[in-house]
Design a protein around this ligand. Structure first.
Ligand code: HAS
Length: 567
């Protein structure tokens, strides 16, 4: 029988070199995020028709959209995932990490990011964060992405010996829940990145180098979504790790069920990958049988989040009642919404609130026939701003701020501004998404410079009926930008202030209220085997269909011209 052992300390020292590595992994993406957020505001202004041009401040529409998606959704999330995972392993094992692995991982990620940034900034890689062919980027963009991914693998592999050493010393202890969440995130990531590595290394790099003239577009798209859907759970899992291991403590209580946390993480390993075709319901090269199979598995993946919703609500209720909360609903008033000492609570709670709507709309998208109404419309960015820009982004911002404050020994600056930030962000995201959902239902497309077309009265495409939804979306986008100015003020003011304590990791740790002993959730291997089997079931026939389909290859295009590139 395995039991949860309590962490015997509240502070873990961090060796100076590891501190430097973590600070690079946290501060560099935060600086890039300034550009990622500004290009988000530009998107809103283009779509509103406030900017009616192909480019603004020297950044073209699709170049800005690529920077926005790549920095916010790929670079920031990968760096944070690695930094947070490193901190979790260091804190929960109490053991030094393999510094060589941590340095190598960090260096590869930094070099990869800079390498991909150059073509994005010079307009040679305006292929959006999904880099679908036949849009073609400069080879440095693809090679940079490969290095970013390989760097994150190296970091992950370097944690394993440290964990195994801890396990040898604690043979009867359960794997700490935070470590399970971290490993689950990186197992999902590892599985997901294999197909995209195949796409990039064997298809896109040779094509962009001119070694091959054409590319198989449906095959590349399927390989991308084989990666692209588990990618969203690679984002969600570190956030869920914070929700399960920190939120109950911040609420003043305990995690309602340790089993629920373990089940959620393991369930996501199994079901996050065999569902990528739900992004391709309109793909003519895939038969409806396999679309239906992926739709079915998608409904199963949502179970983990439904379990999470009830477990976290019960944990918050337990915390609130410990703080004197009474009645059926009266306990909600006792949660620390604006407590500057427990400031992380607001970030995590606001993210959960947003996710209720992100989750519901995800299930709508997954319903095969309903997706035909919303696919490729503004509905989609509304959904993903309520998921990745809701619980994930808020948790990652809070985690970055916590770790930077810990690692520098500096107290958080501007504490009142900090506790209000997540609520302003929530107001912005909810308003923004409402506008986009409404527009999407009316047919407003995503990824379109609407200032030159649908919101331009001088254009034959002008759609006056979409105006109100657009105004709502624009107001929401501007509020989101204001919230991020608040966050940047807090983050950089914290970095610049004087040290007040010795640097050390201090993560909030939630004890379990019910520490169930369920052997089925105490070993990773059966769940990984199940994941691999399901992947074979879900993808073998679609690949056979695609390869047998003998689709004609496509030459490269850029978003600024309907004519194929000649080189
Ligand atoms: Fe999604 C498209 C289906 C979750 C991200 N998704 C996207 C895209 C992104 C994305 C980025 O089936 C666009 C990709 C692109 O560029 O084309 N998604 C789902 C489903 C879920 C889901 C079924 N998505 C996510 C998460 C993401 C994410 C998580 C990022 C992290 N999504 C789709 C589909 C598409 C799609 C289709 C393609 C559509 C198309 O046409 O292209 C599920 O995992 C959702 C389950 C979630 C829940 C919610 C649980 C609620 C919780 C909160 C509880 C609150 C509490 C607080 C306790 C069931 C945990 C209470 C407080 C109070 C005040 C009451």
């Amino acid at each position: 029988m395995q039991t949860t052992i309590a962490v015997p300390y509240t502070r873990a020292e961090v060796e100076p070199p590891l501190r430097t590595i973590l600070m690079i992994e946290l501060a560099l993406p935060m600086v890039l995020l300034i550009l990622g957020i500004s290009t988000g505001l530009l998107q809103v202004l283009y779509r509103a028709g406030i900017i009616r041009a192909e480019s603004f401040l020297g950044i073209s529409y699709y170049q800005g959209l690529t920077l926005h998606g790549a920095i916010n959704a790929v670079v920031f999330t990968t760096f944070f995932g690695v930094a947070f995972g490193t901190a979790v392993i260091r804190f929960y094992t109490g053991k030094p990490l393999l510094l060589g692995g941590a340095w190598a991982g960090c260096a590869l990620m930094v070099v990869g990011t800079l390498m991909a940034a150059v073509p994005m900034l010079t307009g040679a890689a305006s292929v959006l964060y999904t880099f679908y062919p036949p849009l073609k980027a400069h080879p440095a963009f693809y090679i940079g992405l490969v290095l970013l991914v390989v760097g994150s693998w190296v970091a992950f592999f370097s944690w394993i010996p440290t964990y195994l050493a801890w396990k040898r010393e604690n043979p009867d202890a359960k794997m700490p829940l935070a470590i399970l969440g971290t490993f689950a995130a990186f197992i999902v990531w590892f599985i997901a990145t294999i197909p995209v590595a195949v796409e990039i290394i064997f298809m896109l790099i040779p094509w962009s180098l001119g070694w091959t003239q054409t590319v198989n577009v449906p095959l590349a798209r399927m390989l991308f979504w084989f990666f692209g859907h588990p990618l969203v759970y690679f984002w969600l899992l570190p956030a869920y790790t914070m929700y399960y291991t920190m939120l109950p403590k911040l609420s003043g209580g305990k995690l309602y069920s340790d089993f629920a946390g373990r089940f959620t993480f393991l369930w996501l390993i199994v079901y996050s990958a065999p569902i990528g075709i739900h992004h391709q319901y309109t793909e003519p090269a895939i038969s409806s049988t396999w679309k239906f199979v992926h739709a079915f598995f998608t409904m199963l993946v949502a179970i983990a989040s439904l379990v999470t919703a009830f477990t976290l609500a019960a944990s918050m209720e337990h915390g609130a009642r410990q703080r004197g909360g009474k009645g059926l609903f009266g306990w909600w008033a006792k949660l620390p919404y604006l407590d500057t000492e427990r400031w992380m609570f607001g970030y995590l709670f606001a993210g959960l609130f947003i996710f209720i709507f992100g989750g519901i709309t995800g299930i709508i998208n997954a319903s095969y026939n309903l997706d035909n109404v919303v696919h490729n419309t503004a509905w989609l960015p509304a959904h993903f701003h309520q998921t990745v820009a809701g619980p994930v982004f808020l948790a990652f911002l809070a985690g970055s701020l916590l770790l930077v404050s810990n690692l520098t020994g500096k107290a958080i600056a501007l504490p009142r501004l900090n506790v209000w930030m997540p609520y302003v962000w929530t107001l912005g995201v909810m308003t923004f998404s409402t506008g986009l959902f409404a527009g999407g239902i009316m047919g407003e497309p995503r990824r379109t410079n609407m200032g030159l077309s649908y919101t331009n009265p001088a254009s034959p495409l002008y759609q006056p009926a979409w105006r109100f939804a657009r105004v709502v979306g624009t107001i929401g986008g501007v509020i989101m930008f204001a919230a991020m100015l608040m966050f940047f003020a807090v983050f950089f003011a914290t970095l610049l202030r004087k040290r007040t304590a010795a640097p050390a990791l201090e993560l909030p740790v939630s004890e379990p209220l019910h520490d169930e002993n369920v052997p089925a959730v105490q070993a990773l291997r059966p769940w990984i085997v199940a994941a691999v089997i399901l992947l074979f079931v879900a993808y073998t026939m679609p690949f056979v269909e695609l390869v047998r389909g003998n689709y004609q290859g496509a030459p490269g295009y850029s978003p600024s011209s309907p004519v194929a590139q000649t080189k």
